[in-house]
Design a protein around this ligand. Sequence first.
Ligand code: NDP
Length: 341
Amino acid sequence: NKYVTTKNHIDGAPKESDFELQSTILALSVEPGSNDVIVKNLYVSIDPYQLNRMKSYSSSQKAINLSTRHSPGQVIDAYGAGKVVASANPGFEKDDLVVGMIGWEEYSVVRGSSMLKKVAKEFPLSYHVGILGFSGLTAYGGFYNVCKPQKGEKVFVSAASGSVGNLVGQFAKLFGCYVVGCAGSKQKVDLLKDKLGFDDAFNYKEESDLKSALKRYFPNGIDIYFDNVGGEMLEAAVDNMNISGRVAVCGVISEYTGTGRRSAPDMLDVVYKRLTIQGFLAADHMCVYTDFISLTSDHLRHGTIHPLEDISQGIENIPMAFAGLFHGDNIGKKMVQIAED
Ligand code: NDP
């Protein structure tokens, strides 16, 4: 069973050389009564948050209070989708398609069923990792529950061509908001405007002053900022928020590698504009899971939402795919296909 692991803790930007491919012998059979399920992994998710788990103790102290820390040498846990090859769990049979917590490995032994869910064959399996998976739930729960939108409100999304960001923008447009996104290349900006229906978009790397850039795109201010990046962009957005504006802090990727500046928004703005700045985790929003799946599936059936996927092939390409997240290499949901469907 081949798997990807880290050689060391990673405290800066991840490099391919921080990872290695290892293998162990794994019997593809289960002990009766054990409740174990063995999954042949087909697609694994590549997510920015995983870096926070790979840091050394001192720099990850805060992150480890919130999620399990990864130790070098261990298999790296990841969300993903696959096919059951053996099951001692009454809820699963051989050949069932499943999604859940597996790992950056060819086969995962999932103990107990709480981390796995069966999926129907209506949509491509990869959709269950992205648009119908955790990224989709993050965008849906964050936008509806945290941002509490009103029709016609002006929404700004950062990392807007990414996995979560593109869906926030699409949900916001479908709901009836005015949406502007920022992303790191012309190709991404064009895609947001021409294919995903954003009202406007800009390349933040070409702006020398983010506060005045946002003033240009939102002359009447921002009502909702969906923050995927933190840092200077969060400060610039707070500067441009309207009274009673809401900032959903989904993630702060510019701060994960330790190379960017930590955000220090102007707190007087927060007070006088009565802003709500709320962090959240997708898992907090399982209460809307059924609504999310039903609305998103309907949009997929009608072609009114666009699944944006970026799929690399082969387990050996996981390190490159992961490192690429922090250079903006991906467009849409980054995942790696490990084996054929
Ligand atoms: P993305 O698909 O958006 O990939 C990351 C993107 O971030 C890159 O493509 C790049 O796009 C952008 N980026 C990378 N480095 C920087 C930087 N220094 N400054 C600005 N932008 C940068 O990833 P996800 O959609 O999976 O995740 C987006 C955010 O949401 C992350 O912060 C992640 O941790 C968070 N998240 C939070 C969850 C939760 O439960 N709260 C769940 C899932 C994700 P570009 O070319 O535009 O720079």
